[in-house]
Design a protein around this ligand. Structure first.
Ligand code: FEO
Ligand code: CA
Ligand code: CA
Length: 686
């Protein structure tokens, strides 16, 4: 720790524009950042046209906070490095309920580091059995047949629904495969059929029963014959909503346009109030080949807006199945980029792709029940200069868990109105200079409105049919003046008050030549560390079409003048970079996980309250091993689950030269896993 009690900052990195390894960029999102951002629309930001009333609400809160001590950064390996010192114990302000823990210091350990006094265990890891008869994982003798019964690779979102006392159904999605980390003999130019089929099996979804051992407090996955399922890239998914059966979704293999094999590149997700899981299909474009052979200029332009371009794909799947070849099956890519709903209580039901929620690079979707009972799904399109959306259902949710209520509620996302967000700043444009310096009213804030795109068969977008709006939603949003954002990831309503939060991960292109510059809502050029946005809908009605917004966090090094932590004393907060997934605990505290720490430390999980004097007092709850990303946080009163995605995925590493040996230690290969963290005899954060 430094002498003034601040958490020591790690060294700043020297090369990457973000903290993500090049290998992750290649396999996770097909090097999205190396390509031009697909939004080349002339759609401009109108944010600073309207000048609002100056508010002083964001003035720094003075003093009265206690120093957080921090441990130094350990070089490698070794024991956990929780920060000593306990804010709020005995003197100083009491921490908010559920947030009484010692912050973990930034580090580069090959370990999961929780706060002092907490324990950790592995719930399930890549290759562990999910289905009965699954063989024990054998890294050097993998088969597709085995992988189809085992936990997939690179689990990202994690959602729980209750099953019985101390048991839950856990749904994990498997975003992508990194073949150079899965096989010692992988040749990217010539993958074998078995390797490709293992990759198909290692994508998709897993449904797993997990149980908490009351005595020890740990949580473990079970092989459950009735509920456990895998939904790999060869499993059937149905299509629902306004474009089910559309010509735009028909292929040779599926002339109905209603049955798709698999789900791709699932990122974040959400648990619905009716007990199903939503998961977002994100960077699906990277799996498709030969867009450069498509000659129809309209089709080509639509593909380009989704990043579908070039010849051979990175994984070369087009050699093994024509559906990955756009020259042969141009509609296959239209069957990805949706929100998927899965009902873990009905293990034999096919997961559903909901077309009413639009098609883009869906990070995820999170549902809030509005006062009138209609449901509102909030969504981000994770790409530089893309948009934030919401869907308002036509029908109201039925309470209860009856068969009829569940049947009704599972159709709520098939009919409604899809909107895109437009944000307006309230400070003069001259005060938004791209450095992140707060404007004179003390806050990055303003108003906004929801622009309708389509509802059922009605399009609100000139020149586009409703069918086109749903399938080419990005192009529709371009036309109506949506606000270009800095990679919108999780968008999460606080279940306690209905306020909505969005993680904007980063956008190093903002302000570059030819690109949109800083706006009040995306106030930093070359934005490396991202920000967290908060808004409340008009009169607290989540179906409203107007709202007020403000930035809660402008992330990065708290010592840097371009950061902001809800107005809280920045000497007392944990550094954070690249916010990605958001979650709320039962007290309404906001938990934030990160993807690609551009400050040079490992990724982590953080928490703050969003109200009262402690608003913005962000503390790091854990860090994940070297090269890993912290995903899918689930925060219950008894435990925290995190998906530890792509441990060891750093440049220069591969299966022949692993940079991490987590979680099994020794000279083992790293394995993406769900980890559990708990505090024996106590609730989380107490
Ligand atoms: Fe898969 Fe948006 O991160
Ligand atoms: Ca302002
Ligand atoms: Ca994400």
């Amino acid at each position: 720790m430094s002498s003034d009690g601040r958490i020591p900052l790690p060294l700043l990195p020297t090369t990457p524009p973000t903290g993500r390894a090049a290998v992750t960029c290649e396999y996770r999102c097909g090097n999205a950042c190396a390509h031009e951002a697909p939004n080349t629309s002339g759609n401009e930001y109108f944010g600073d046209v309207v000048r609002g009333i100056v508010s002083r609400r964001g003035m720094l809160k003075a003093g009265a906070v206690l120093g957080i001590a921090g441990a130094g950064i350990a070089a490698t390996g070794g024991a956990a490095a929780a920060a000593p010192g306990a804010p709020g114990r005995g003197h100083g302000p009491k921490p908010p309920r559920g947030l009484d823990f010692e912050p973990v210091a930034p580090n580069r350990l090959d370990a999961l580091v929780p706060p002092r006094g907490y324990r950790q265990d592995i719930v399930i890891r890549w290759g562990d059995p999910v289905l009965p008869g699954a063989p024990r994982f054998d890294f050097h003798n993998q088969t597709a047949a085995a992988a189809n019964k085992q936990f997939g690779f690179n689990n990202d979102f994690c959602g729980l629904v209750p099953l019985r006392r101390d048991a839950w159904l856990m749904v994990s999605n498997h975003e992508y495969t990194t073949e150079t980390f899965m096989f010692t003999d992988y040749d990217p130019a010539n993958p074998t059929r078995e390797q490709v089929e293992i990759a198909w099996a290692s994508h998709g979804l897993s449904v797993v029963v997990i149980e908490r051992d009351k005595r020890s407090g740990t949580v473990k996955a079970k092989v459950d014959r009735h509920y456990n399922r895998r939904h790999p890239l060869t499993a059937p998914f149905t299509v629902s909503g306004p474009v089910a059966g559309s010509d735009l979704l028909k292929t040779t293999a599926d002339p109905t346009g209603r049955l798709v094999l698999g789900t791709l590149n699932n990122c974040a997700g959400g648990v619905t109030p009716w007990g199903t899981i939503l998961t977002g299909e994100e960077n699906f474009n990277q799996y498709f080949a030969n867009a450069d052979q498509v000659t129809d200029p309209v089709v080509k332009a639509r593909m380009a807006r989704y990043g579908l371009s070039g010849g051979a794909s990175g994984r070369k799947w087009e050699r093994f199945d024509d559906r990955w070849d756009l020259a042969k099956e141009p509609n296959e890519a239209n069957r990805f980029g949706w929100i998927v709903e899965i009902d873990p209580y009905e293990p034999d039901a096919k997961p559903v792709k909901h077309t009413a929620l639009g098609r883009f690079k869906h990070e995820g979707a999170n549902v809030h029940v509005a006062r009138d009972g209609r449901v509102v799904a909030y969504m981000g399109d994770d790409e530089r200069f893309d948009y934030i959306y919401k869907f308002v259902s036509r029908h109201r949710m039925l309470p209860g868990n009856s068969r009829w209520a569940r049947h009704h509620n599972k159709k709520l996302l098939t009919e409604g109105t899809l909107y895109v967000a437009k944000f307006t700043g309230d400070s003069p444009a001259s005060e938004i200079d791209g450095t992140g310096t707060l404007p004179s009213d003390g806050e990055f804030d303003g108003s906004g409105k929801w622009i309708p795109l389509a509802s059922g068969r009605t399009s609100f977008v000139p020149g586009m049919s409703a069918e086109e709006v749903y399938v080419f939603t990005r192009l529709a949003a371009d036309k109506v003046g949506a606000t270009k954002m800095d990679r919108p990831e999780d968008v999460e309503p606080n279940p306690r008050d209905g306020r909505v939060y969005a993680a904007l991960t980063n956008n190093t292109d903002r302000g570059k030549a030819g690109k949109e510059g800083a706006t009040e809502i995306n106030p930093r050029n070359a934005n490396r560390h991202g920000h967290v946005l908060e808004w409340e809908e008009h009169r607290g009605d989540n179906t409203a079409t107007t709202f007020r917004w403000r930035l809660l966090l402008v992330c990065g090094d708290p010592n840097s003048p371009d950061t902001y932590f809800g107005g809280y004393d920045k000497t007392q907060v944990s550094p954070i970079s690249c916010p990605d997934n958001l979650a709320f605990d039962k007290y309404g505290n906001l938990w934030v996980s990160t993807d690609g720490n551009a400050l040079g430390a490992n990724d982590g999980l953080f928490a703050t309250t969003t109200t009262g004097r402690e608003r913005g007092h962000l503390k790091q709850f854990l860090t994940v091993p070297v090269g890993a990303e912290t995903c899918g946080p689930v925060v219950t009163e008894d435990f925290v689950l995190v998906s530890v995605q792509h441990p060891g995925e750093v440049d220069g590493a591969d299966a022949n030269n692993p940079a991490s040996h987590w979680p099994d230690g020794g000279d083992s290969q790293p394995r993406p896993s769900v980890a559990v963290i708990w505090k024996p005899g106590r609730e989380i954060g107490t």
